[in-house]
Design a protein around this ligand. Structure first.
Ligand SMILES: *[C@@H]1O[C@H](CO)[C@@H](O)[C@H](O)[C@H]1NC(C)=O
Length: 178
């Protein structure tokens, strides 16, 4: 196959995945890699979680929980699913990013919190996606992020709201959306 055709095909596939999100089976595979056999973390207590409701566009309400209890990325995602029937938060605009980072600053005690982004690699190409498969149409990467050669998960710095690649096994507080 000609190189240009191959590159065009790769581009088409990754563009397709960017828009369509991950195949459903990929997330459990990634989750399964972490800490097999460790018990499910308990649901956060009232004192370690803070709920926030934000009126969204078109009368749609967005609900978030800030969990000040450190978990790895995929375990945090499981807590969001099991305890709140939601997922780690996806962020689609500047206003939401600012609001979430300001609240994370007052409600969590770490320099970084998990949001629902992670990167996948397709040959030499690293591309970001959200755990809820929504469109990747906004980002606020700090300079030099995301990592280009390793898969990573996305953490937000509560001070300033910038995003950085962090190793997915790091334990951080997290923001669920439900
Ligand atoms: C970005 O994606 C979200 C989720 O699909 C959507 O609600 C929003 O309207 C999109 N924003 C833009 C600017 O396309």
């Amino acid at each position: 196959m000609k190189l240009s055709l191959l590159l065009a095909l790769l581009g088409a596939v990754s563009a397709h995945q960017l828009h369509e999100g991950a195949p459903e089976q990929e997330v459990p595979a990634e989750q399964g890699k972490e800490e097999p056999g460790e018990p499910e973390p308990p649901c956060p207590t009232e004192s370690e979680s803070f709920r926030m409701t934000v009126p969204g566009q078109g009368g749609h309400t967005c609900r978030y929980v800030f969990v000040n209890n450190c978990q790895t990325f995929w375990r945090a995602q499981k807590v969001c699913a099991r305890c709140y029937h939601g997922h780690l938060a996806s962020i689609h605009n500047y206003a939401t990013n600012q609001r979430l980072s300001r609240t994370a600053h007052t409600r969590t005690n770490r320099a970084q919190v998990w949001i629902g982004g992670y990167t996948s690699r397709w040959f030499l190409h690293v591309y970001p996606r959200w755990v809820d498969h929504s469109a990747w149409n906004y980002s606020n990467w700090a300079r030099g992020n995301p990592w280009q050669f390793w898969k990573s998960c996305v953490a937000m710095c509560p001070v300033g709201g910038q995003w950085r690649s962090v190793s997915c096994g790091t334990r951080l507080p997290f923001i669920c959306e439900y």
